[in-house]
Design a binder for this molecule. Sequence first.
Ligand SMILES: Nc1nc2c(ncn2[C@@H]2O[C@H](COP(=O)(O)OP(=O)(O)OP(=O)(O)O)[C@@H](O)[C@H]2O)c(=O)[nH]1
Length: 371
Amino acid sequence: MRGLTRAGKRASEMALNAGGGAINWFPGHMAAASRAIRDRLKLADLVIEVRDSRIPLSSANEDLQPVLSAKKRILALNKKDLANPNIMNMWLDHFQSCKQDCISINAHSSNSINQLLGLVELKLREAILKEPTLLVMVVGVPNVGKSALINAIHRIAISRFPVNDKIKRATVGPLPGVTQDIAGYKISSQPSIYVLDTPGVLVPSIPDMETGLKLALTGAVKDSVVGEERIAKYLLSLLNIRKTPLHWERLLHRREGFDEEPGNRFVKGSRDSLRRRNRLNNSDAVYVQDLVMEVQRTLCSTTMEFTGNLDEDNELESLIDAQLVALRKVFRIPHKPLDDSHGPVSKKLLTLFRSGKLGPFILDDLPEIAM
Ligand SMILES: Nc1nc2c(ncn2[C@@H]2O[C@H](COP(=O)(O)OP(=O)(O)OP(=O)(O)O)[C@@H](O)[C@H]2O)c(=O)[nH]1
């Protein structure tokens, strides 16, 4: 069941108004890989289905679900560092109530991977005693972190088991579609356990706009398929409908120890502190932190100053346009006369969201049966 709430649905309709129709990305290599994955799945003793923690349902490959649910399967909700931890716990309860083994992980944390390996061993407990060779397949849509996970498993496994074979690394990349072959990595001897990395595959036809936009926002669909501006507008619609910029106000005040005197403009005081801190410390980390605060502050002040009715789609659209214009200054994007495209600003906003700098989010909603 897809979590279609009014906020997500309305935001996706807004993005539809921003231009573009159905979202689909199914190049030739994905079609071939889907067939190969189905073939190899027959041989797999265990499947680790990797999904993105921010979209635990939307990042499922629906076409493969009937095959996957018939296998021994662990759902690994990766990138948990980018997801809201309290809501994540509710998702784990949800999958547990559906009798589905599920674990939230961060592929860059060895602690997480050790927990996952513990679960793998538990699931393969009986097979390990009987079979000389076992096959674990890692599957998932593009960019959910399959290769990063496999590299981490490999690193840990070779420190635990005597594997003499040459160590190979899976290729990890920030853009979707990096892995195009099925590659095997031996992680144990006696029994020999092989882990298969597979290319990320989507369904030939993404069922609805909301799912497509969530996949694009989290990086599973190539930006050029949807357009960065459309994805950024979807993100801003979601943030505004959820009133997230207004929640940031308190956070920003707390972070800055802002002295709120009557008549003191929130934006002005904060800019001064940004310049002060830039003078004190020019390191990249402080620059990014300040930039994030400036983005949050700008989204917050544009929302507070906006006098329109956010329940009206066209008024919400004009707020989003105003926000994109205001963010140009924050990102220091020079204004070109006669060019009102929001491409460069959209790109930068998406980078901040995708790296988790704007905060942890879960975009899917829990199915009602779990509430
Ligand atoms: N924040 C965060 N980033 C992660 C995590 N796991 C992977 N990534 C990043 O996500 C991006 C995609 O990772 P990959 O391992 O290449 O993803 P993939 O699923 O193999 O991608 P395809 O080859 O397209 O199928 C890379 O930039 C990784 O560094 C995680 O747990 N947290």
